[in-house]
Design a binder for this molecule. Structure first.
Ligand code: TYC
Length: 104
């Protein structure tokens, strides 16, 4: 039977991998649709992306006129959280607003 010290000899010690360089960044992109009210989009941009009224209006209009716009650029986990928050808020209010994430 195995000697007690075998377990220790075979053990792989967990060692955190050193992260070098910067984390990858992700764009949160909101898409246009024909039904979501403009003021709802402006509210979302202010609440979840920290935009003031003027910036939120400009981004909303860019989405409306060009089909989509970048709302912010974040690390993966933060970007994913923003997408979830926007999609949840849209669904709660029964708007078809779509939001996605794209590597920057
Ligand atoms: N196109 C919408 C309207 O005319 C407004 C809108 C803007 C919808 C931005 C979605 O991400 C969006 N009511």
């Amino acid at each position: 039977n195995a000697a007690p010290e075998m377990a220790e000899e075979n053990a792989t010690l967990a060692r955190p991998r050193l992260r070098t360089g910067h984390p990858s960044m992700y764009k949160v992109i909101m898409l246009n649709d024909d039904y979501t009210p403009m003021d709802f989009v402006v509210d979302v941009l202010r609440r979840y992306f920290g935009k003031n009224a003027a910036a939120a209006n400009a981004i909303m209009l860019e989405i409306h006129n060009r089909g989509s716009s970048v709302c912010g650029i974040y690390t993966y986990e933060v970007a994913e959280t923003k997408v979830t928050q926007v999609m949840d808020e849209a669904r709660r209010n029964q708007h078809p607003l779509q939001c996605t994430l794209e590597k920057a």
